[in-house]
Design a protein around this ligand. Structure first.
Ligand SMILES: *Cc1c(COP(=O)(O)O)cnc(C)c1O
Length: 374
């Protein structure tokens, strides 16, 4: 049999979470953000569950091509825009909408020959200082784009640095309002954290010029909370879209004083059973996860003991005395029996985010899409 580890993608959860994104801003159209191969879930695996979105947003032209190959004829947005002039030909051929965040991209458009005028998302740097035109340059860029025959529409866009935290979105919104508030065109401003914390179904009483015509949820679609530990995914009404499951392939009976694994990082204080799990950092489990990181064994909450190694981790069997070789171990997500271990708790123990864990599942882990009841 294959090594007992798999990642399971849950289409029902994806569909449910998309519904949560819609409910947070019912008047807006929704870009399902599927960059990074749908946050590690696989574009082809999530496509059917997320095709109820109004469009798909991603970065990679090859991923856009894959979406078209799946038969998606609706909008696709390139969140980083074109990387070189030739990419505009791909945009014309595949009808891709694209972000414009620096002046050179406008130069390329001005020289581009196309039968089909483009839908452009013009990005303002509202304080995050990654991509986007400075507030002093934004209006000129907007005017210039508006004058190009290659451009059909210009949507005004920005991205929030602190939507998940105490700083919130007031400051970047004020920048956006001062620079773009009076400009015509649709708006696209809200990621998952902004949607859940600040949209609340009515955009929190924002004036119409600051409301989003297009929102851009990513992480919430996959069932991880954008502001853990402030709010748990379950409290946001989100369901895990991926479960990483393995099995016990060995059990050791430790005596007091025995230690486990590389570096002998865990030493038993008394007689204790530990389970050996067919999952290690070469599967995408974080090596830095310390003793105490939660796992589910046969659906029961337990913990990692000792160092994560390349192909194995060792877990405490005290809470599950009946467990043995073949027992299910959930590294994150849902147990076959139902209980959930939130990916955000595992990520927090390892000092990272659910985003990184789901994007990092290794190619050697087989992925299965859960069958849905009709
Ligand atoms: C990734 C991304 C998003 C989605 O962010 P989440 O935090 O995953 O919701 C939205 N907008 C842009 C520009 C992005 O790059």
């Amino acid at each position: 049999m294959p090594r007992p580890i798999e990642a399971v993608v849950h289409p029902g959860a994806l569909r449910h979470n998309l519904g949560r994104a819609r409910a947070a801003a019912p008047q807006a159209r929704v870009w399902a953000v599927v960059k990074a191969n749908a946050y590690g879930h696989g574009l082809e695996r999530v496509f059917d569950a997320l095709r109820g979105a109004d469009g798909f947003a991603l970065l990679d032209l090859a991923e856009a091509e894959r979406l078209r190959a799946l038969g998606w004829r609706g909008p696709i947005l390139l969140l980083e825009g074109c990387f070189e002039p030739r990419d505009l030909e791909t945009c014309s051929r595949l009808d891709l909408w694209h972000t414009v965040h620096r002046a050179e991209q406008i130069d390329w458009l001005a020289m581009h020959k196309t039968q089909r005028p483009h839908q452009v998302f013009l990005k303002l740097n509202s304080g995050m200082n990654r991509l986007g035109f400075a507030p002093t340059e934004f209006r000129a860029a907007w005017l210039r784009l508006g004058g190009l025959t290659q451009v059909e529409s210009v949507t005004l866009m920005t991205h929030f640095a602190d939507a998940d935290g105490a700083r919130g979105i007031a400051a970047p919104l004020a920048v956006f309002d001062a620079v773009a508030g009076e400009l015509s065109g649709e708006r696209s401003l809200f990621n998952s954290a902004a949607l859940l914390r600040h949209a609340r179904g009515d955009f929190g009483d924002l004036p119409a010029r600051l409301q989003s015509d297009w929102v851009r949820p990513g992480i919430m679609l996959y069932g991880s909370s954008p502001d853990h530990p402030d709010t748990a995914a379950e409290a946001w009404g989100l369901q895990p879209a991926m479960s990483l499951r393995a099995r016990l392939i060995g059990v050791q009976a430790l005596r007091a004083g025995d230690s486990v694994g590389y570096g002998s990082r865990y030493t038993a204080e008394r007689a204790q059973r530990i389970g050996v799990v067919a999952c290690g950092y070469a599967d995408g489990y974080p090596r830095v996860a310390p003793s105490g990181t939660p796992v589910l064994v046969d659906g029961v909450r337990s913990q990692v003991l000792g160092r994560v190694s390349m192909d194995m981790i060792t877990v405490d069997l005290d809470p599950v005395p009946q467990a043995g070789p073949g027992s299910e171990v959930v590294l994150w997500g849902r147990s076959a029996a139902g209980p959930v271990l939130p990916i955000d708790e595992v990520a927090a123990a390892a000092g990272t985010l659910g985003y990184e864990l789901m994007c990092g599942v290794a190619p050697r882990v087989p992925v299965r899409v859960e069958a849905e009841a009709d």
